[in-house]
Design a protein around this ligand. Structure first.
Ligand SMILES: [Ca+2]
Ligand SMILES: [Ca+2]
Ligand SMILES: [Ca+2]
Length: 358
């Protein structure tokens, strides 16, 4: 078979997947989760993003020193000394609310900079003339650790320069969410030119690196073409559509016990791994959502190596006899829930069948 012909056959095969295949579980389907081996330092360097320069420092604050400090300061945050953080980063909290854990701040003229971390990764935060903006670094927290205490200013001569280490994540068996880091190589200086970092080709408020890392279109203000700019769209990747299954997914979205105003949190997203069109069509009213393909080969380079999925909702399983009864499950924050759902008089009735907490 000629390669070109083979390609055509493969393309035809992958296109033949229907909404039925993408959203409903067939009997034989199994969850084939394969635990991936963590990268070595060499692999991290081999696959590093091209806008990043890594140099080795002679004098540096070790990973151990910094992470022990960071760990302790997190505990302090739950106690009274949270005060220091609140005072030091008051301006950043005012401007970005609770979207980031901030560190490494620096004042340069009338501009304030800091590093921020959230569930998606690392950001450079900037407050200039009272205007906040955040730029995604595209450095995976599975591979890069940025020191909480930065010995030198993070902005210098048109570059962001941050000290840290190459790391791997060690899974603590039986304790999800308690993953720990171990350093592969200490004493690194990560440098990115501000020009590369700040670049926002379509001027929608998200830098190109962010859009490329999560699969948005960096050359189009309105990725899904629904008339709302990416920056103001709660579901920027896909057009929302009201139908019974998109309503089901919307109902099952994880909710938080918080009074945060997510409308004002454009850098906070929940990311879901799903190919189901109905899931893509949700119209979230709280936080913003992003989606990633299930197939590793179609995922972005950033998502391939970074575990950004805090929650998940499965495909739908049909009942063998009753066409209005379905089964679905969701997971997140260390728990797994099974639901039986029934579509009755134009409404979903959701029954929690079982819940396992690990
Ligand atoms: Ca943009
Ligand atoms: Ca865009
Ligand atoms: Ca849009």
């Amino acid at each position: 078979m000629k390669p070109l012909y083979l390609l055509a056959v493969l393309t035809a095969l992958s296109c033949s997947k229907t909404i039925e295949d993408r959203c409903f579980i067939k009997e034989a389907e199994k969850n084939n989760y394969i635990e991936k081996k963590p990268y070595t330092a060499k692999q991290i360097l081999d696959e590093k993003v091209n806008y990043l320069t890594i140099t080795t420092l002679k004098k540096f604050r070790s990973f151990k020193q910094d992470s022990v400090y960071a760990h302790e300061s997190k505990w302090r945050m739950y106690e009274k000394a949270k005060n220091t953080y609140d005072i030091d980063y008051k301006l950043f909290k005012d401007k970005f609310s609770e979207q980031f854990l901030c560190f490494g701040k620096q004042e340069l003229g009338n501009t304030q900079y800091a590093l921020g971390r959230n569930n998606l990764g690392y950001w450079l935060l900037k407050i200039e003339n009272n205007q906040p903006s955040a730029y995604f670094l595209g450095l995976s927290f599975s591979h890069y650790y940025l020191n909480e205490i930065q010995a030198a200013p993070i902005i210098k001569d048109g570059f962001l320069q941050v000290e840290g280490s190459l790391v791997q994540i060690i899974k603590v068996p039986g304790l999800p969410g308690h993953d720990d880091y171990s350093a592969l190589e200490d004493g690194k200086l990560f440098t990115i030119s501000l020009k590369d970092l700040i670049k926002d080709s379509d001027h929608d408020g998200y830098n190109d690196i962010f859009e490329e890392s999560f699969g948005l279109n960096p050359n189009n203000k309105d990725t899904d073409g629904d008339g709302t700019d990416d920056f103001n769209d709660q579901n920027p990747m896909f057009t929302s559509e009201k139908n019974k299954f998109s309503e089901l997914y919307q109902m099952l979205l994880p909710t938080y016990a918080t009074t945060l105003d997510f409308k004002k949190m454009p850098y906070y997203f929940e990311v879901f791994k799903s190919d189901c069109d109905y899931f893509h069509q949700i119209n979230p009213t709280e936080y913003r959502v992003l989606f990633s393909p299930e197939d590793k080969n179609r995922q972005t380079g950033y998502i391939k190596i970074t575990d950004v999925f805090d929650f998940g909702i499965s495909k739908i399983k049909k009942d063998k006899k009753d066409p209005n009864t379905f089964y679905i499950n969701k997971w997140g924050s260390g728990s797994f829930s099974d639901y039986t759902v029934e579509y009755k008089n134009g409404k979903w009735e959701v029954e929690l069948v079982s819940q396992t907490v690990s």
